[in-house]
Design a protein around this ligand. Structure first.
Ligand code: ARG
Length: 565
């Protein structure tokens, strides 16, 4: 609950000529408390309602709704002043958290609705690098956020397990690889020969033709080609799953691109029968000139299909299988055109659900050394990055708290949490520059800072060891720093909804930083474990609420909340 928003809602019922947003932006915080906690100036309404501002304010005060949390509403020279009953306010929010516990912030608005979330989707035989981390953690968080709101979520890992890159890999394997080397080196060896292919192909372009013909063999069901492909796929998946385990991410389906191999013909026929296919230089395309986009390529001259062909087929398959309310695609910004094009093809096919397809783009991740690319081999493997995060965290813990129990687990939870939080803390469209000093700073606006604050709250509750579930004197919680914490706690359910609506986990990340900061101020201002039982219990109820919300917020981002650190 946010006072301002609540008050705006009351005013909106009275002044519906203004939008809710306009009303929110007009509400002021008066310079002194005797003029109320919030004030609404009626001057801008004078023209609209053809009445003097004091009259507008007076009339409104006589009729508007008075919820419990408002002690008084007064009209004073053209302003409507609102006085908050802080005790009631504290009571309504904290008692709600005490009652709902971990469920605080959940809702059932999504009951009976399916949301498909297509995320992570790394490319087989290429390594999982920090660029893929973003899709994985953003998608993973969107999954948890929607689930919290009662939706039935289906997480799909649309693996890049089909396409000409496998032709390249087969050529590279046959020329420069060996069974032993791949078995030993795993994905790193696959990456080495893949990079080598690109270097060699620059000198000898005929390698590209060779690669294409191996891919065509795959598409025609050639046994040798498919056996190699399957093997590369198994090796890659094994590696990916290690990373998912570290990140605590799971998928409901691993139907990747190859899953649609036997389903594309029917879709190509459908496109044809709907009169959408055009020949162009032997290729088949859907013309998108009318919407100012380059054509969407459906089959190449040699008859092979493309990324878009598989996405169109997959969308129709998913609609039939899951009857989704929304199908969300989390990929880098660079794929904007791809999604815009094939969404348009779905629309042209006459599917009215085209507007349920949502592309969720995100910015680039770079290390301080520069952009990442698989082809050039200038990549940081995600597993190595995560392991490094854990090692570095271990060192920090050894300095700060060498006697901590179960250090290994905590280092893993904090190290990985730090990397994940760093990726989610800014609007997703922004580029991220990865810097260890920033990511692991326990005092900055970071994952470890929030986790540390959570652990601090847990420690207070442990030391107090008091049952705080009933008879709380909420008068104790009306000082400014307590009220600020309570105000934020009250906003949590709303923030989750906003994050879902805008598909922005960063809203949650920023929110828990704000809450952690407000709590640390409260903690500094108010001694908790005091003699006076009533004061102690009331403050502990606030500590408990903070702990619960921080832990839920971290959970929604895919981050663990250790109780000690
Ligand atoms: N494999 C693709 C990549 O790494 C991402 C796939 C995203 N999902 C999709 N349905 N196109 O770029």
């Amino acid at each position: 609950m946010d006072f301002k928003v609540q008050i705006a809602d009351i005013l909106y019922k009275q002044f519906n000529d203004l939008s809710r947003e306009e009303i929110i932006s007009m509400i002021e915080i008066p310079p002194s408390p005797d003029m109320g906690d919030y004030a609404f100036p009626c001057f801008r309404l004078a023209k609209l309602l053809r009445k003097a501002p004091p009259k507008i304010a007076e009339e409104a005060v006589a009729v508007i709704e008075r919820p419990d949390f408002l002690k008084e509403i007064k009209s004073v020279s053209g302003y409507i002043n609102f006085y908050i009953d802080k005790t009631k306010f504290a009571s309504s929010i904290i008692s709600n958290v005490l009652k709902s516990k971990e469920k605080y912030g959940t809702s059932n608005e999504g009951e009976g609705k399916n949301i498909v979330i297509d995320y992570s989707a790394p490319n087989i035989a290429k390594p999982f690098h920090v660029g893929h981390l973003r899709s994985t953690v953003i998608g993973g968080s969107i999954y948890r956020i929607y689930k919290h709101l009662g939706y039935n979520c289906i997480g799909v890992n649309h693996l890049g397990d089909w396409g000409t890159q496998f032709g390249k890999l087969i050529v590279a394997y046959k020329k420069w690889g060996s069974k032993e080397a791949v078995e030993q080196g795993g994905i790193k060896e696959l990456m080495r020969i893949y990079v080598l292919f690109h270097e060699e192909a620059e000198k000898d372009p005929s390698l590209e033709d060779e690669a294409r013909s191996w891919f065509t063999k795959m598409e025609r069901g050639d046994e040798e080609a498919l056996a190699l492909w399957n093997w590369f796929k198994d090796i890659s998946l094994e590696e990916f799953k290690k990373v998912y385990k570290l990140l605590g991410v799971e998928f409901d389906s691993y139907a990747g691109e190859s899953f649609y191999n036997d389903k594309m013909d029917a879709i190509i026929e459908e496109l044809d029968s709907k009169g959408l296919l055009k020949e162009s230089d032997g290729a088949k395309i859907v013309d998108l000139e009318d919407v100012n986009m380059p054509p969407c390529l459906i089959t190449k001259r040699d008859g092979s299909t493309l990324y878009a062909t598989r996405d169109i087929t997959a969308a129709i398959y998913r609609k039939n299988t899951y009857d989704f309310e929304k199908c969300i695609y989390v990929t880098a910004l660079a794929q904007n055109l791809h999604f815009a094009q094939w969404f348009e093809v779905i629309k042209k096919m006459g599917y009215d659900w085209h507007d349920k397809l949502v592309h969720v783009p995100f910015g680039l991740v770079s290390m301080e050394t520069g952009k990442l690319s698989t082809r050039k081999g200038n990549v940081v493997l995600l597993e190595e990055l995560l392991k490094e995060a854990i090692d570095k965290t271990n060192q920090i813990i050894n300095e700060k708290n060498p006697d901590l129990e179960d250090k290994e687990t905590v280092a893993e939870q904090v190290g990985i949490g730090a990397v994940v939080f760093n990726d989610l803390s800014n609007n997703r469209i922004k580029d991220v520059v990865f810097s260890w000093d920033k990511v692991l700073n326990f005092d900055g606006e970071t994952g470890p800072y929030v986790q540390y604050t959570h652990a601090r709250a847990c420690s207070v509750l442990r030391k107090a060891n008091v049952d705080i579930e009933e008879n709380i004197d909420y008068n104790v919680l009306t000082d400014p720093s307590s009220i600020e914490v309570i105000r934020l706690i009250g906003q949590f359910p709303e923030r989750i909804k906003e994050a879902a609506e805008k598909l922005e986990p960063s809203f949650i990340a920023r929110y828990i930083v704000d809450l952690a900061q407000a709590f640390n101020k409260f903690y500094h201002d108010n001694p908790i474990l005091v003699e006076d039982e009533a004061v102690k219990k009331a403050r502990l109820s606030l500590v408990y609420s903070v702990k619960t919300v921080l832990s839920s917020g971290l959970y929604l981002l895919g981050i663990k909340s250790p109780e000690k650190m």
